[in-house]
Design a protein around this ligand. Structure first.
Ligand code: GLU
Length: 487
């Protein structure tokens, strides 16, 4: 069998939507699982769907996810160019072929008149498709209109009866009645091809064997099949991926949270987690496993395991997976990835310290964007005390004196020996001597040095803050307690 060739064909709208990223991923997984080629084609013939910097956002997004492509606008390939805006001459060439073989005709109806007729049809309860007014014009009439400079589009002659059958690789047989399709436009009067025409011509010329795309394109497939037929091209296999729905089963949109890959990136999702999660939106691992590497997904991937019913997006699950991937990263790598998030918050740790700091919170965050808040008190000593925690400590008699005693056992420790184990031994010694629970000094100390009631191991925090800072913060808390009248 010929080599499998699968393309991802985004419009460069300016961002990579999460649904499109899922489409790209499934195309990539399928291509890789069949030792095939993954091709990137930019569908930029519609100025309304072409955003500034849109192409680079897509290329960057795919590269960030690790979905490397074999042919594309940036790297060329044997069937280029890979931007539709650079392929206009090809669409015109095949447009002429359609015209000459009488499978299409020029349409001189102007868009305003068409809109009026559509509205009329709609009001009268008729199907609002094109009324085929130009289909039966005589050759002579066409020549005359063209000679007088009348703008015209190219329409396909669609059969008026019967049906067309799509054998979908995921959904099975889907039938469309020809009379639902009308004589749709292939090339607009301004010379631009329509999506369906450019797509069919390119998929053929680029030797695409499998067209894998979102379900929203299923209704385009019979039209594309008619174009293949009119041009005498053998069609590829089509497979339409299930929709991604929000938890309330409505269409996933901005109001459900992040929708573009860039937003996920900014929230501190790592590509490993996104790839894993997106793979689960429509596909399932044969052993029911939830966490797997791309290599493992490739090893098991097949369209048979892609579900035809909608996938429901679950933001708790994606966050949970992300947390897992964060914990699985080597510490250096985690530190490297957390670094830009800390810098953006105005924190500038040096490399060695960054690694130690990140180690304290790696089990406590689900997204990298949570790192600055989780670590804030290491960088900024000007924090408020947690209200409930403070209320609990304010109820204790003699706490400022106890904090002074804590200070007194820490003070003799040389700065260089101020590590977690030494500090802990000093604290446990003090608790034993006073016959109190270690918790009685651990809780107020935590509040004093972090302002919080929970967090990483206290002795690790103290060691990371260092002796001076720990003592300063203990003093400050004791002073504060005295100032509010607790002695
Ligand atoms: N440009 C279309 C889109 O972005 C591509 C659809 C297809 O894969 O055929 O939705």
């Amino acid at each position: 069998m010929d080599q499998v060739r699968v393309r991802f064909a985004p419009s460069p709208t300016g961002e990579l939507h999460i649904g499109n990223a899922r489409t790209a991923l499934f195309c990539w997984l399928f291509a890789r699982s069949r030792q095939g080629c993954f091709i990137l084609r930019i569908e930029d013939t519609d100025p309304d769907r072409t955003g500034k910097g849109g192409e680079s956002a897509i290329l960057e997004g795919l590269a960030w996810l690790g979905l490397e492509w074999d042919e594309g606008p940036d790297r060329g390939g044997p069937f280029g160019p890979y931007r539709q805006s650079e392929r206009t001459a090809l669409y015109h060439q095949y447009g002429r072929q359609i015209l000459h073989s009488d499978r299409g005709y020029p349409c001189f109806c102007d868009p305003e008149a068409l809109a009026g007729r559509r509205a009329e049809a709609h009001e009268e309860g008729r199907t609002p498709g094109y009324d085929r007014r130009c289909r039966d014009r005589s050759e002579e009439e066409r020549r005359r209109l063209k000679a007088s400079g009348e703008p015209h589009a190219l329409r396909l002659k669609t059969p008026t009866e019967g049906e067309i059958v799509v054998e979908d690789g995921i959904r099975g047989t889907v039938r469309f009645r020809h009379d639902e399709l009308d004589d749709f436009v292939l090339v607009r009067s301004d010379g631009r091809p329509t999506y369906n025409f450019a797509c069919a011509v390119d998929d053929h010329l680029m030797r695409i064997t499998h067209v894998i795309r979102g379900e929203e394109h299923l209704s385009n497939t019979p039209r594309q099949l008619l174009i293949y037929e009119a041009l005498g091209f053998p069609p590829p296999l089509f497979a339409h991926l299930p929709m991604i729905l929000a938890p309330d089963r409505s269409k996933l949109s901005k109001r459900h949270g992040a929708t573009s890959l860039q937003e996920y990136r900014e929230q501190g999702y790592v590509p490993e987690a996104l790839v894993n999660y997106l793979t689960l939106l429509g596909w399932s691992h044969p052993q029911g496993v939830d966490m797997f590497s791309p290599a493992e997904a490739i090893a098991h991937f097949s369209l048979d395991r892609v579900s035809a019913s909608s996938a429901v997006y679950d933001d708790r699950k994606i966050a949970w997976l992300n947390g897992h991937y964060l914990r699985a990263l080597p510490l250096e790598e985690l530190a490297r990835r957390a670094h830009p998030f800390l810098l953006a918050a105005g924190y500038e740790p040096d490399e060695g310290r960054l690694r130690d700091l990140v180690a304290t919170v790696r089990d406590r965050i689900l997204r990298l964007s949570e790192a600055p808040d989780a670590l804030a008190y290491f960088f900024d000593s000007d924090f408020p005390y947690d209200e409930e925690g403070l209320a609990r400590q304010l109820g204790r008699d003699g706490l400022p004196d106890l904090l002074d005693a804590c200070r007194a056992v820490l003070d003799p420790i040389p700065r260089a020996d101020f590590d977690g184990a030494t500090v802990e031994a000093a604290y446990r010694g003090l608790a034993a001597e006073r016959q109190i629970r270690a918790a009685d000094i651990i809780h107020p100390t935590r509040l004093a040095i972090s302002g919080r009631t929970a967090g990483p191991g206290l002795f690790d925090i103290m060691a990371l803050l260092g002796k001076e800072e720990t003592l300063t913060r203990l003093d400050r808390f004791a002073r504060y307690l005295r100032s509010v009248g607790r002695s």
